[in-house]
Design a protein around this ligand. Structure first.
Ligand code: S3P
Length: 180
């Protein structure tokens, strides 16, 4: 049994972090927070506008600050952006403050699920498949590094993936701090 004050979801774009995260939060009575949404609320700008105005590095700085603020609290399900694990401090904090679930997805499923997406600046280009493949090669080891548990999402609906995760989480995770 692994105690931690929050559940944290990591994984690539299109893995279902928001959808599965909402369901898991409800199941475990946790407050759901999506880091990208928290950045939008905090800055008053959309994710594409942030990338346009201050670039990826500027976005990562907001991501780091907002994530650290959120993880000071407990009793939450925190759904992170796919690139949050790129930063070593983020990885350390995620591991300290959360029981970490890596939602895994293949590039083929990502391409299908994100076909019509216009909200992810890193994907607004012709060579999506190659971009996603390169991201997967670089980031998969980082997701593994922080993960306490891995859930494959390719073959499952959000409801099925959630059901698998619930059974395993019930055996593996225990909340260590009650929310204030
Ligand atoms: C990103 C993933 C996005 C968002 C931003 C960058 C990434 O979040 O943070 O577009 O680098 O993989 P989701 O994983 O929730 O789509």
């Amino acid at each position: 049994m692994n105690p931690a004050p929050n559940l944290v979801l990591v994984g690539p774009m299109g893995a279902g972090k928001t959808c599965i995260g909402r369901r898991l939060a409800e199941r475990f009575g946790l407050h759901f927070v999506d880091v990208d949404q928290a950045i939008v609320d905090d800055t008053g700008s959309s994710i594409p506008a942030i990338f346009d105005n201050i670039g990826e590095a500027g976005f990562r700085a907001h991501e780091k600050r907002v994530l650290a603020g959120l993880l000071e609290r407990s009793g939450q399900l925190v759904s992170t952006g796919g690139g949050a694990v790129l930063d070593a401090d983020n990885r350390e904090l995620i591991g300290q403050r959360g029981f970490v679930v890596y939602l895994r997805v293949s590039v083929a499923s990502q391409l299908q699920r994100l076909q019509r997406d216009r909200n992810r600046p890193l994907l607004q280009r012709e060579d999506r498949a190659q971009v996603l493949q390169e991201m997967a090669a670089f980031r998969d080891p980082l997701y593994h590094q922080v993960a306490d548990m891995i859930v494959d999402t390719d073959l499952y609906s959000p409801a099925e993936a959630t059901a698998h995760a619930v059974v395993r989480l019930a055996a593996l995770w225990q909340i260590s701090e009650l929310p204030a």
